[in-house]
Structure formats: structure tokens, C-alpha cells
Design a protein around this ligand. Structure first.
Ligand SMILES: Cc1cc2nc3c(=O)[nH]c(=O)nc-3n(C[C@H](O)[C@H](O)[C@H](O)COP(=O)(O)OP(=O)(O)OC[C@H]3O[C@@H](n4cnc5c(N)ncnc54)[C@H](O)[C@@H]3O)c2cc1C
Length: 245
């Protein structure tokens, strides 16, 4: 049974996302018709306008840009967390319709890998044992989705999940605020940083200041702070500096 590694791709996004946001915002403050607003947009400094919107908390225009990510090589534990984000849309590989054949893919936590080869082998053997439980139930249950949907009850949180996730830019800013923070669990944090890098690559004005509170100033976590703000800021600045104008 193969262990798998994380892959996050930005597969689709609103065409000219920053222009779409700036147009929506501009329309709120102008009595010009659409043609002149659109004409004006190409001349105006969209990036500065978006910064102003974010600074003053006028965030509804930001909902007009959306971003779809394909994610694989992540665990069911990740799935349970990411799907708590209610403003996002999800399509997830089904364990009812797709039977694990000959084994199931799984994720090994880095902290277990760091314990060495022996620990990794032990983890892998545990996954093999779980697969034998799964296969055992499949053999005793009805063929097809009815059997799959019950046999999967013995599969672990480590089992791989694949999904397509779509979020609008406002929800993404919120997601990056919560999940790029060191207080977030390692796997969803890794996915969030991957998504931030991809989103900032295509919409730098929207996302180059996104992330946990410490990248813009003080940590908002109080006593729960990780105390590693400088480290987080450095990582963030290295990631976004290539996209900043
Ligand atoms: C470090 C960390 C630890 C966590 N630990 C736990 C835990 O132990 N147990 C647990 O159950 N969860 C836990 N969570 C999940 C957390 O409680 C949220 O469910 C998750 O982060 C989604 O956040 P959200 O509701 O703000 O975001 P979204 O669902 O993405 O919503 C975005 C925003 O929309 C608004 N919104 C959405 N739906 C409503 C609504 N129905 N009513 C009013 N406003 C709404 C809110 O302003 C919300 O912030 C944890 C999250 C983090 C980051």
C-alpha cells in the first residue's frame, strides 16, 4: 500500500480576478455607466484600490473572485478540518463509490517519520493490518456501494482523501488567517500555505498581505501565541516577495 505525498494545484480562477473585484467596488462609489467604469479600470491602479478596500474592511466586492484548487495526498483528518469552512464548495472522492483495491493510500505524519525507519515500518504495518480488516468486511458484505459504505468504517484518519475546493477571495483571506497560523494543525497549515502561494501568484494585490495576524502586525492569539512571529513573517515575506510589485 503506497504512502502518498501532498499535491495542491490551482486549477481555475476568475478571469482577471483583481479587475473583477475592483470593478465591483468601483461601481459602489460611482454613478458612471458600466462601459466607462470598465474603461477606467484598465487605467486605474487596481492594486492600490484593492489594498484600500481590504484596509477599510469593505470586503463584499472581494467575493466576486473565486479560486478552485485540486488537492490530493491529504488525509481524512485534513478533510474533517477543511470542510468546517462553510463558505467553501467541496467535491470529495467517495469511499462509497470507490473501493480501495489491493490497499489504500495513506499519509504518514512527519513527526512519525522523524522517529526513524523503524517507526515508519511500524506505521506501514498498522495500515496493512487495517486494510486486512477492510478486506475482511468487504468479503462479508454486499457487493458494491452498500458493502463499501460499511467496510470503510474501519479505515483510519490517515487514509488519503482527494478533493476539489472552491473559495471566493473573501473566504480565502479568512481561511489563510486561521489556517496559515502556527496554531493550526500541521497538515491543514501546509495545505493553506500551498494555496496562499498559488493564489498570491495570480492575484498578488488580493493575497500578498493574507495570512495570520502576525504577518501584518501583532499576533492575535494572546496566551496561545506560538511565539514564533519573526519566523512566520520571514516565511511569508519570502513566499510573497516574488509576487509583490
Ligand atoms: C487552531 C484551530 C483549532 C480548532 N479546534 C477546533 C476544535 O477543537 N473543535 C471544533 O469543533 N472545531 C475546531 N476548529 C474549527 C473552528 O471552530 C471552525 O469551525 C473552523 O475554523 C471554520 O471557521 P469559521 O467558522 O470561522 O469559517 P467559515 O465556516 O469558513 O465561515 C467564515 C465566516 O463566515 C461567518 N459564518 C459562517 N457561517 C456562519 C453562521 N452559521 N452564522 C454566523 N456567521 C457565520 C463567520 O464570520 C465565519 O468566520 C479549530 C480551528 C482552528 C483554526
Amino acid at each position: 500500500m503506497p504512502r502518498v505525498t501532498r499535491r495542491v494545484e490551482l486549477i481555475r480562477y476568475t478571469e482577471k480576478p483583481e479587475e473583477a473585484v475592483a470593478l465591483a467596488a468601483k461601481l459602489c462609489y460611482s454613478d458612471a455607466d458600466l462601459s466607462s467604469l470598465m474603461e477606467e479600470l484598465s487605467k486605474k491602479d487596481t492594486a492600490a484600490f484593492i489594498k484600500k478596500l481590504i484596509d477599510m474592511g469593505h470586503l463584499s466586492p472581494i467575493e466576486h473572485a473565486s479560486f478552485s484548487f485540486a488537492i490530493e495526498g491529504v488525509s481524512r483528518a485534513l478533510l474533517a478540518q477543511i470542510t468546517r469552512h462553510r463558505i467553501a464548495s467541496f467535491s470529495v472522492k467517495s469511499q462509497r463509490y470507490v473501493r480501495a483495491r489491493g490497499g489504500f493510500n495513506y499519509i504518514i505524519p512527519p513527526a512519525i517519520e522523524a522517529l526513524g525507519e523503524g517507526a515508519v515500518r511500524e506505521f506501514e504495518a498498522q495500515m496493512d493490518t487495517i486494510y486486512s480488516f477492510y478486506e475482511g468486511w468487504l468479503g462479508r458484505l454486499e457487493e458494491g456501494e452498500k458493502g463499501n459504505e460499511d467496510a470503510r468504517f474501519v479505515l483510519p484518519n490517515a487514509a488519503e482523501s482527494k478533493m476539489i475546493v472552491t473559495m471566493n477571495a473573501r473566504e480565502l483571506l479568512h481561511f489563510f488567517f486561521l489556517r496559515c497560523c502556527n496554531r493550526a494543525q500541521w497538515e491543514i497549515r501546509a495545505v493553506a500555505w500551498d494555496m496562499l502561494k498559488l493564489a498570491a501568484g495570480v492575484a498578488p494585490a488580493l493575497f500578498c498581505t493574507a495570512g495570520p495576524s502576525c504577518v501584518r502586525g501583532k499576533c492575535s492569539e494572546g496566551k496561545m501565541s506560538c511565539g514564533k512571529m519573526d519566523e512566520v513573517k520571514k516565511r511569508h515575506s519570502e513566499l510573497t516577495s516574488i509576487y509583490r510589485e
